[in-house]
Write a protein that binds this ligand. Structure first.
Ligand code: C2E
Ligand code: CA
Ligand code: CA
Length: 751
């Protein structure tokens, strides 16, 4: 190798080295530069980082603060929640998928009776066995409430007692486990309330008592079924109406005011009320009213009225009352009740300035019916009479039976006394329809005495006495009639003993006289007979009716003595007139039943005829229907003998008693005398008309004459003539005459 070349090479190398050195230097410088740059850069970045860190540190501190706050908040919230849980009335618990209880609040312990330790890990089914049944539903994802299809669900207390519960199942996601939360409520109280409500509703609807509820404005807002049954009103018909629409007007206004006052004061009222049904029927109810108060116990919210129809109870009560106050045979008021009513009637009449009439009523010849047909028939008759009497008066009047065949009637609120007479007539008519007894038609009649408050008397005792007196008068005044009391009557009624003494004295002192009532042939108008009627003029009391004294005389032998005197005197006077040249006229003498029973009647009568020389054909004897039937066989015998003597026989008061047709045929009688009670109303009363016609037809059938007594006017006479009645007697043709007046009459019709 060449030097040059070498040199060159060396130079080149040196240069390269130089160059490299230079380059290296330059690089180093670059590095330094770079390093410097880098250092600069790094410093800059560090500064920046520090800022970030600082910033971050600040931020971190802030975050920590926030976290701290959050932590505090969280703690508070947890406390809050757990306190809510702790204090919740509902029992809240959670349980796992397998039913194991995990958490619970104190209410659970309280409700089920287990302590905390016992509850942990317990199966929910121990507390609520039904959960077994709903287990499948627990797989659903949603919350479930108590399944509605199930009946009441029960929780079981540690002590074994079951109680109704209600629950809600929730499924919160908690710690990503399947866990259920159940809220349980004890619904014992609610169930009880519901039960009570149901019971109330049942009572309300099922009650046989009517229930009506009103608001405080007295508007009906609710009623039950029984209400409709009892009142007849459907709820819709009464809704919103005032309950007064259910009342009757049977109570005075202050009665309702009293109820209202008591309701305000005590909140309740109960008592008996007369109510009115939809069909206007008045009926008694037992009513209880209560006010329903707000819980504060002050403000009334509603009124409840509960009532029952006590018609039947009332009638049971009445039955009891009936025993004490009513006659068990007829159901009419008895004496006790009668006296009470009479007192009451007098009070009311006094207050209202009205009149009250008292009637005494006695059946004619009841004793005879009772004796002949038996007591059973007698009872039946009394019952029938009670019915007819009740039907003849108004509801405000009182019909009573005092004893036997004695009835009384109190007629209330009369304007004038004549009204009592109208009622009496109605009663007489009602009694005239024959009663069917023991297969026979029995005719009854009655005698009625009437007295009026305050005209005749103002006290109970006097009124009763008056009515009795008047009845006595009516009875003896031909029966089947009514008489008003008059003070003269009272005077004339003497007590038994006094009457007897007075009658004996009358005979001795010649206080008796005779009157003669003319009897005519209805066709020829010819005078054909005279009925002999006894008169008694008491020295102090004046004339006393035979209807009053004859019954007294019949109680002892006085009637015999009096009867003898009548027969004797009548026959004697009759002969005296004949001797004086007057036309001989048949006389009819009334014979009492007692006289008929005398064993020596026949001898006595024939002796009189012998003594007075009166032709027997001019003597007629009048016997009443009852007297004849009393002992029919004996009567037939006696009558036969009288008949043989040529004496005429007549049946008096015919139609008022009970006559057996078969006997009638066997009595040897000549005449039937239609009782004046049938003649009285013959022109107005169809029944009387029919009875008179029947008697006339029957008499003619039996070939008997018929005489009508008590003919008071032309119409009656015409009607009787049309019916073919033979003879008549009565005020229209001639009043009973004194001997003096009779002789004047006889003188006028000289033969
Ligand atoms: P009697 O035998 O039915 O007599 C008829 C009664 O009716 C008589 O009443 C007579 O005055 C009355 N009278 C007559 N015509 C009419 C009339 O047109 N209208 C009205 N309203 N009455 C009339 P008197 O005289 O008061 O006699 C009553 C009863 O006393 C008699 O009813 C009779 O039962 C009885 N009696 C009268 N005298 C005797 C007698 O001497 N012996 C007996 N045993 N009883 C007698
Ligand atoms: Ca007579
Ligand atoms: Ca008569």
């Amino acid at each position: 190798m060449k030097k040059e070349e070498l040199e060159q090479l060396l130079s080149d190398k040196a240069r390269i080295i130089e160059e490299l050195e230079h380059e290296l230097e330059e690089t180093n410088q670059g590095i330094i530069m770079l390093m410097m740059e880098l250092e600069e850069l790094e410093q800059e970045r560090f500064r920046e980082n520090i800022d970030v860190i600082k910033q971050l540190q600040i931020e971190l501190a802030d975050t920590n603060k926030g976290l701290l706050a959050l932590a505090v908040e969280l703690e508070e919230s947890e406390e809050k929640h757990s306190s809510i849980l702790k204090n919740a009335a509902e029992s809240i618990l959670t349980f796992s998928e397998h039913g194991i209880i995990e958490t619970f609040n104190p209410a659970v312990s309280l409700l089920f009776g287990y302590d905390e330790n016992e509850l942990f890990g317990m199966n929910i089914c121990t507390l609520i066995p039904t959960f077994n049944q709903i287990a499948p539903e627990l797989h659903l994802e949603e919350n479930i409430s108590q399944p509605s299809g199930l009946p009441v669900i029960y929780g079981f207390h540690k002590n074994g007692i079951a109680f109704p519960i209600e629950f809600t199942l929730g499924k919160p996601v908690y710690k990503r486990q399947r866990q259920w939360l159940v809220i349980i409520r004890d619904i014992t109280e609610r169930k009880k309330a519901e039960e009570e409500l149901r019971l109330m509703a049942k009572i309300f609807e099922g009650s046989t008592d009517a229930i009506v509820i009103t608001d405080t404005n007295s508007r009906i807002i609710d009623t039950n079924d029984a209400f409709a049954t009892i009142t007849g009103y459907e709820e819709a018909e009464v809704f919103g109406k005032h309950p007064k629409m259910l009342g009757s007007h049977k109570h005075p206004l202050d009665f309702y005011l009293d109820i209202q006052n008591q309701l305000l004061q005590t909140g309740a009222w109960r008592g008996e009320v007369w109510a009115k049904r939809k069909n206007d029927e008045i009926y008694p109810i037992w009513l209880s009213i209560y006010s329903v108060k707000e819980e504060n116990n002050v403000d009334t919210t509603h009124f409840v009225g509960i009532f029952s129809d006590i018609t039947s109870r009332k009638s049971a009560e009445n039955q009891l009352k009936q025993l004490a106050h009513y006659d068990s045979l007829t159901g009419l008021a008895n004496r006790t009740q009668f006296i009470e009513h009479l007192k009451w009637s007098i009070d009311v009449a006094k207050r209202d300035n009205k009149k009250t009439a008292l009637m005494f009523l006695d059946l004619d010849r009841f004793k005879w019916i009772n004796d002949t047909l038996g007591h059973l028939a007698g009872d039946k008759l009394l019952i029938e009479v009670a019915i007819r009497l009740t039907e003849s008066v108004r509801e405000v009047d009182t019909v009573s039976r005092l004893a036997g065949d004695e009835f009384t009637i109190i007629l209330n609120r009369l304007h004038d006394e004549q009204e009592a007479g109208i009622v009496a007539k109605k009663i007489l008519n009602a009694l005239e329809v024959p009663v069917f007894l023991e297969g026979r038609e029995v005719f009854i009649s009655s005698s009625i005495g009437i007295t009026v408050y305050p005209t005749d008397a103002t006290n109970v005792t006097q009124l009763i006495k008056n009515a009795d007196t008047a009845m006595y008068y009516a009875k003896e005044r031909g029966r089947n009639n009514y008489q008003y009391f008059s003070h003269s009557m009272n005077q004339k009624v003497l007590d038994e003993l006094e009457m007897e003494t007075n009658l004996r004295q009358a005979l001795k002192n010649k206080e008796f006289s005779l009157n003669y009532q003319p009897q005519f042939d209805l066709t020829t108008k010819e005078l054909i007979g005279l009925e002999v009627l006894l008169r008694w003029k008491h020295p102090i009391l004046g004339f006393i009716s035979p209807s009053v004294f004859i019954p007294h005389a019949e109680k002892n032998d006085l009637i015999i003595m009096i009867g003898d005197w009548v027969l004797n005197t009548a026959c004697q006077r009759s002969m005296a007139w004949q001797k004086a040249g007057l036309k001989p006229i048949r006389i009819s003498v009334n014979l009492s039943g007692i006289q008929l029973k005398q064993h020596d009647l026949i001898e006595k009568v024939s002796q009189v005829l012998i003594d007075t020389k009166l032709p027997s054909a001019l003597l007629e004897l009048e016997l009443t229907e009852g007297v004849l039937m009393d002992n029919a066989e004996l009567t037939i015998n006696t009558l036969g003998k009288l008949k043989k003597m040529g004496i005429r026989l007549s049946i008096d008061d015919f139609g008022t008693g009970y006559s057996s047709l078969s006997y009638l045929k066997r009595f040897p009688i000549d005449t039937l005398k239609i009782d004046q009670s049938f003649i009285r109303d013959i022109t107005t009363d169809a029944d009387d008309d029919a009875i008179a016609s029947t008697i006339i037809a029957m008499a003619h059938n039996l070939r008997l004459k018929v005489i009508a007594e008590g003919v008071e006017n032309q119409e009656q006479a015409t009607m009787l003539q049309e019916k073919g009645c033979d003879e008549v007697q009565g005020y229209f043709f001639g009043r009973p005459l004194t001997e003096q007046n009779l002789c004047k009459l006889l003188n006028e019709i000289k033969h």
